[in-house]
Design a protein around this ligand. Structure first.
Ligand SMILES: Cc1cc2nc3c(=O)[nH]c(=O)nc-3n(C[C@H](O)[C@H](O)[C@H](O)COP(=O)(O)OP(=O)(O)OC[C@H]3O[C@@H](n4cnc5c(N)ncnc54)[C@H](O)[C@@H]3O)c2cc1C
Ligand code: FES
Length: 263
């Protein structure tokens, strides 16, 4: 884990409510695994007092820079758009948490994301594609401009289904996955950004007997297991009979879906 006062290479609107910040952070970028996150401090201000956690969206090929795609939601993210200009600095800690695991023998996976959850997926997709794994994407958001990373999925030629709340339909995006699994073999599922999609993914994975993982979002403070501010209740075994408590920043943010989905 490193704390850097990273140079900001660029910080500009991306799409919809999202901005993209690109920072020089080789120590973090070199060690980062897909699904891990960074914790960013808003410099020169006590409000917000706590750092803000973000998935790493992409790492440059030479692993010197990393990008975060962030949705402007409240005071912290609003200040990120004004206090971290191109040429400025970004106080960042990372890499943090436990990331995704990609089975060695995997040939085809599905990634399922909603809203800001989609921003956790591109590093996994980059690694999967580099290993020759076929990736199918199932993405949803409030409206089309708020679906990030479509260009990344297109760059890799991933078959992609999208669903937006403003397009009248009773379906959810996992319905497309459910319709595919009888004719295509998937080796693992990865979901992020929606409890409803997580439940649907978990049910499908259980039926198929394949692993499925979820990247959790939770309010955080320290980001590395010290403050116990991000504890959630989890299933301690697959039956769900035994419960336990886990820090999302430290044991996660990636969990197996059976740990967190209460069906
Ligand atoms: C591991 C992890 C990875 C994340 N990755 C990304 C990412 O890649 N891109 C991105 O845009 N956001 C991501 N988030 C969420 C991001 O941390 C919050 O959106 C951000 O902290 C909001 O800060 P703010 O000061 O602007 O908003 P606040 O004023 O703190 O909050 C605005 C609203 O958002 C809600 N909120 C804030 N943080 C969270 C949270 N963590 N979980 C659920 N609700 C929240 C608040 O309850 C409030 O309603 C991630 C969160 C975690 C824990
Ligand atoms: S944020 Fe401090 S323990 Fe998780």
């Amino acid at each position: 884990m490193h704390q850097l006062n990273a140079a900001v290479i660029a910080n500009a609107p991306l799409t919809g409510d999202y901005w993209l910040i690109d920072i020089e952070a080789p120590a973090i970028a070199r060690e980062l695994r897909p699904g891990q996150f960074v914790n960013i401090r808003i410099a020169g201000s006590l409000a917000p007092f706590l750092r803000r956690p973000f998935s790493v969206y992409r790492v440059s090929q030479d692993r010197s820079r990393l990008q975060v795609a962030y949705k402007v939601l409240g005071e912290g993210t609003r200040l990120m758009t004004t206090t971290m200009p191109t040429g400025g600095r970004c106080d960042v800690i990372g890499p943090l948490g436990r990331g995704f695991s990609l089975p060695t023998a995997a040939k085809r996976i599905a990634v399922i994301g909603r809203g800001i959850g989609i921003a956790a997926l591109p590093t996994l997709v980059d690694e999967a594609v580099a290993r020759g794994v076929e990736v199918y994407a199932f993405l949803s958001a409030r409206n089309a401009p708020n679906i990030v990373a479509l260009d990344i999925f297109a760059e890799h030629g991933c078959p992609t289904k999208i669903h937006t709340d403003d397009a009248p339909s009773a379906a959810v995006v996992t319905d497309h996955l459910a319709a595919m699994v009888d004719r295509l073999d998937f080796d693992a599922f990865y979901v992020c950004g929606s409890n409803r999609l997580a439940r649907a993914t978990h049910v499908l994975a259980t039926r198929l007997g394949i692993p499925s993982e979820i990247a959790m979002e939770q309010h955080m403070a320290c980001g590395f297991g010290d403050c116990h501010g991000c504890v959630i209740e989890v299933n301690a075994d697959r039956s769900g009979a035994e419960k336990a408590f886990r820090e999302v920043c430290h044991h996660g943010p990636v969990f197996e879906t059976w740990e967190v989905v209460h069906v």
